[in-house]
Design a protein around this ligand. Structure first.
Ligand SMILES: [Zn+2]
Length: 139
């Protein structure tokens, strides 16, 4: 499935991932340090975010501050499918209610785009299957 939204700078594909469920893959070469795209979601309180996180295993919420969070679960942007890796090829940058993705290194066509989720609401309850050398084994 080819996927493109107004917020993506590069052609991306959403397809089954070896890591988990669906992943987002580069459909063209992406140079190191370039902005890949961004996702926008629903602005909610951190209290609501914690309630939603307890109800769903597959959720994507990013906390912006001690009080505000964004829920991307209903977003149609392909980058919401970005999987975690303990050795990612991209990073998140959170600014003003949106999450931007930047390449950490050159990414080849067909490579899955991954980021390090950092602190998640899963609190180590999910098994990490990223397969990277030095994988922590937990999310
Ligand atoms: Zn891992």
């Amino acid at each position: 499935m080819s996927a493109r939204s107004a917020y993506q700078k590069y052609a991306l594909m959403v397809q089954p991932s070896r890591i988990d469920g669906l992943g987002v893959f580069a459909a063209q070469a992406i140079a190191a340090a370039r902005k890949i795209g961004e996702i926008r979601g629903e602005s909610i309180s951190v209290d609501d975010a914690r309630i939603r996180a307890t109800r769903s295993e597959r959720i994507m919420i990013v906390e912006l501050s001690p009080r505000r969070a964004i829920d991307f679960s209903k977003s149609n942007d392909p980058m919401r499918y970005t999987n975690h890796s303990c050795r990612p090829n991209a990073r998140l940058d959170i600014r003003q209610g949106r999450v931007e993705f930047y390449a950490l290194r050159a990414i080849a066509p067909g490579e899955e785009i991954t980021v390090h989720y950092g602190e998640t609401h899963h609190q180590g309850r999910l098994e990490c299957r990223c397969g990277a050398v030095g994988c922590s084994g937990r999310l």
